[in-house]
Design a protein around this ligand. Sequence first.
Ligand SMILES: C[S@@+](CC[C@H](N)C(=O)[O-])C[C@H]1O[C@@H](n2cnc3c(N)ncnc32)[C@H](O)[C@@H]1O
Length: 348
Amino acid sequence: MNMNVSEKFFSASSELPSESAGPKLVSLFCGAGGLDLGFINSGFDVVYAADYDLSAVQTYNRNHAGKRANQIDLLETSAAELYQQAVIAPGLDGHIDGVIGGPPCQGFSRGNTGRCFSDPRNQLAVKYAEIVNYFFEHSKIKFFLFENVPEILASKNTEFLSMLREKLSENFIIHEKEINAANFGVPQQRHRYFIAGVSKHIDSTSFKFPEPTALTHKTVREAIHGLPEPIYYKKGCGENDIPFHPNHWTMQPKSKRFLTGEMPTGGRSFIKLEWGKPSRTVAYGNREIHVHPEGHRRLSIYEAMQLQGFPKSYRLCGSLSAQVKQVSNAVPPPVATALAESLKDLLF
Ligand SMILES: C[S@@+](CC[C@H](N)C(=O)[O-])C[C@H]1O[C@@H](n2cnc3c(N)ncnc32)[C@H](O)[C@@H]1O
């Protein structure tokens, strides 16, 4: 049976998992929910999620029926206050199994040349450690999963990272690994650094990070070729003006370079993707979204979501720039599922 283009690329909301009563998680810095979606797909139950970005919180609640993300500034919230809201108030005292989350990483990133230790943005990683230790002491959580950029290993971050490792090891045995999303069926070269902490009361010597599931890397062509043209942003335009998928929109191609379509396939600006390769990392600082392989415009948000491995039915909320941020920040759900499976194999 021939599918029309809309059926092919935007089929069932049944791609999103149904709710479960699996191991219970609290999610910090949940963003649009890429990491969480992987854990939910693997049977975990996120009972509480937090982020301070309103659009991200709206996205989360739109796509995860029955789950509740909360708009909270985690820097301004003590571990005890969070525990009260996430665990005591809903009557879950003592019944949380794990904490997941990736604090923002600007302080560690390559672009930032300042001193890592005093960068206030890195205080969120310290806060993360305080929270997992508090949750261990009060709920005996079995694990945490921390996600960040590989640049956290850079020499300028050494002092900070060793302090962070020390804090994360107070109650957990930590395991660390850099993972490339392209090895997990995601059509994108995306390297991220994961720290999994397993309760010191559990023997985790057999814990293994997931092995690659994809023998060959998926290409941009496999992910987005044949999609209809997106809508170009104009003032006042909202999702009701976007026919194919509410996130299939992008900025107006203003630069003259889009007339010829001749662009670099490397460097930092106007990077044109190649049909026959995985995408470069979907990480769009300053709205520098990669250029579509045909060179006449930038990718749409929906195309970027496909390069991140989101289900076709997933929908991001907020302005175009809010959506750029959410899609760039997300952990590709297939990577998160593989990580969740590894933790499940050891712990549940
Ligand atoms: C790397 S992103 C998380 C992405 C998410 N794990 C996913 O897979 O979609 C980091 C998140 O931290 C949030 N954030 C930054 N500062 C925060 C704060 N002080 N309190 C709460 N959330 C914060 C950002 O809004 C962003 O969504």
